[in-house]
Design a protein around this ligand. Structure first.
Ligand code: G4P
Length: 528
């Protein structure tokens, strides 16, 4: 087997998604603990704090108690290399989350046992469904009273429209929590409060028929458990690897992240069954991970991770081949070669210089604005990965400067922030306005904060009569010119120079569409 094939086969690249407070951060921390990436519990919170310290604008994130940025963590687990991509938790950052989900091969959904399926869980599920991303589910906080597990699975099946296949099953809950049964191996994992439940120091019995199980949980509870397992067997679906990989069935685990309970069975199952790096579509062909030549795409850009360096880091998911430090890569969008010097990997909790990286891995490339979200990199081939869209914003504001002499900085700041995906930025053809578009209202606060903090620009945003935006596409040059002339008052250019129709009302949009047959009004624009 070639080295690339071997390395790809042991990679697992995934994201944890959840409604805020379900326990994503806590579970992340426990997973990293198994990977030996961090020593102490609490380190992820520490890492969060350290991130705040390194970038001042994140003070906003801290004030609001939300996570605006996403990051990448890599850790070894047994024979495997796990890449965990963090997704921003707040509802306003759906776009950013979407882009992270384009870079993973599977997702892990955390659900609070007491709250069940929450609003954000539903949205994230919709996003996963766009690409049929395989999903596992971890039902968390079993140490607290929650919903009846069978009803909870029903809820997931009916609300999220995905089949559930329980892999572990709880023995009691809240104060009565005694453990979980592994439905595939039959093993019983006992829960002991206050213990850090790694396999080494857990009490595990081979089956519920082991007399020690009865001794531990009592005859009544065991009888109750037997009844329940019979019911579960009759009512639920057995695990089906293919259905899982098609995104139609979610294996479900129960546990308590904060007690590190039920996490190891999840991780063991995950590395065994979750998909390795998958083939990816481009404009002209499908790229196999095992191909010799390096390809990858940029799904995220983050500014000022280190205040000492005012450059930006582009996060690239490797889709095929092998990355070696210092190599050159071709950027089809610009037609230029770029030296991938000082690339970052995300092994353990530190950013460090990468020597090599393989399909499924993410590397961080320093740049000064030469890389945009959606950019493809290759070893010379002229292709572009597809499926990383810009969404039409639904909220618009006009930027107003307190100090008119700062116009240049404002333009520069907005251009860079839009390149990062922090906001979208439009310049109307007929005026000097600078119009910002966002998918969530909080984005404007973040932009105002960052403009001030990073570019020294004091700007405010005011209401503007724009209801929605559509990217204009028309292959007929004459028709396009005609359309441009007639609609100049409503047309603008986005940060990439693409023509956009800014509709003052929905009705106006509809009329404009009816009056311009042959012109396409697109609600998303593919990057690149
Ligand atoms: P998030 O990233 O999904 O937003 O959730 P996070 O891990 O921050 O967890 C949210 C809260 O739920 C935290 O409490 C955390 O300690 C708690 N939690 C996580 N897992 C469990 C669990 O298995 N059982 C119980 N009972 N609680 C759990 P907090 O009060 O917000 O923070 P902290 O003061 O405990 O750190």
């Amino acid at each position: 087997m070639s080295a690339i094939k071997q390395e790809a086969a042991r990679r697992r690249t995934f994201a944890i998604i959840s409604h805020p407070d379900a326990g994503k951060t806590t579970l992340t921390e426990k997973l990293l603990l198994f990977g030996g990436a961090i020593q102490m519990a609490g380190s992820v919170k520490g890492r969060k704090a350290a991130r705040h310290a390194t970038s001042d604008w994140m003070a906003l994130e801290k004030e609001r108690g939300i996570s605006v940025t996403s990051s990448v963590m890599q850790f070894p687990y047994g024979e495997h290399i796990v890449n965990l991509l963090d997704t921003p938790g707040h509802a306003d950052f759906g776009e950013d989350t979407y882009r992270v989900l384009t870079a993973v091969d599977s997702a892990l959904m955390v659900i609070d046992v007491a709250k069940g399926v929450e609003e954000r869980t539903i949205k994230l599920m919709e996003v996963c469904r766009l690409r049929d991303t395989p999903i596992m589910s971890f039902i968390n906080k079993l140490d607290r009273e929650g919903k009846n597990p069978i009803e909870l699975l029903d809820e997931i099946e009916s609300v999220l429209k995905i089949q559930c296949a329980p892999v572990t099953w709880p023995i009691g809950m809240g104060k009565r929590l005694r453990g979980v049964v592994h439905l595939l191996s039959g093993e019983v994992h006992l829960y002991e409060a206050g213990k850090n439940h790694t396999r080494q120091d857990s009490t595990i019995y081979p089956s519920i028929n082991d007399p020690r199980v009865e001794a531990a949980i009592g005859a009544d509870m065991l009888a109750e458990l037997r009844d329940e397992l019979e019911l579960v067997e009759g009512a639920s679906h057995p695990f089906d690897q293919d259905a899982y990989l098609r995104g139609e069935q979610a294996p479900v685990f129960f546990g308590s992240a904060v007690n590190n309970f039920g996490v190891q069975p999840l991780l063991d199952f995950f590395v065994q069954h979750a998909p390795q790096p998958q083939p990816r579509e481009t404009t002209s062909r499908e790229v196999e991970p095992t191909e010799d030549k390096l390809t990858g795409f940029v799904f995220k850009i983050q500014a000022n991770m280190d205040p000492q360096h005012r450059d930006r880091v582009a996060f690239m998911r490797i889709c095929s081949g092998k990355f070696s430090a210092g190599m050159k890569a071709f950027q089809p969008r610009t037609g230029k070669d770029l030296k991938l010097a000082n690339a970052l990997t995300f092994m353990a909790s530190d950013r460090e210089i990468a020597e090599h990286a393989y399909p499924g891995d993410v590397i961080g490339i320093h740049n000064h604005g030469t890389i945009s979200i959606g950019d493809t990199f290759t070893e010379g081939e002229n292709i572009a990965f597809t499926g990383i869209p810009n969404f039409a914003p639904e909220l618009f504001r006009r930027a107003r400067l307190r100090d008119p002499l700062k116009l240049k900085q404002l333009q520069k700041g907005l251009a860079q922030l839009s390149e990062e995906g922090a906001t979208q930025f439009f310049r109307p053809l007929m005026s000097n306005d600078l119009i910002l578009g966002a998918v969530g209202v909080l984005q404007f606060d973040v932009v105002a904060y960052r403009l001030k903090d990073e570019y020294g620009v004091d700007a405010s945003f005011e209401q503007v009569q724009v209801a929605t935006a559509r990217w204009i596409k028309c292959d007929d040059a004459k028709k396009l010119e005609d359309f441009r002339e007639k609609n100049a008052a409503n047309l603008a250019l986005d940060a990439a120079g693409q023509l956009v129709y800014l509709a003052p009302t929905r009705v106006n949009l509809q009329l404009a569409q009816e009056r311009a047959p042959g012109v396409e009004f697109l609600a998303t624009r593919e990057h690149a």
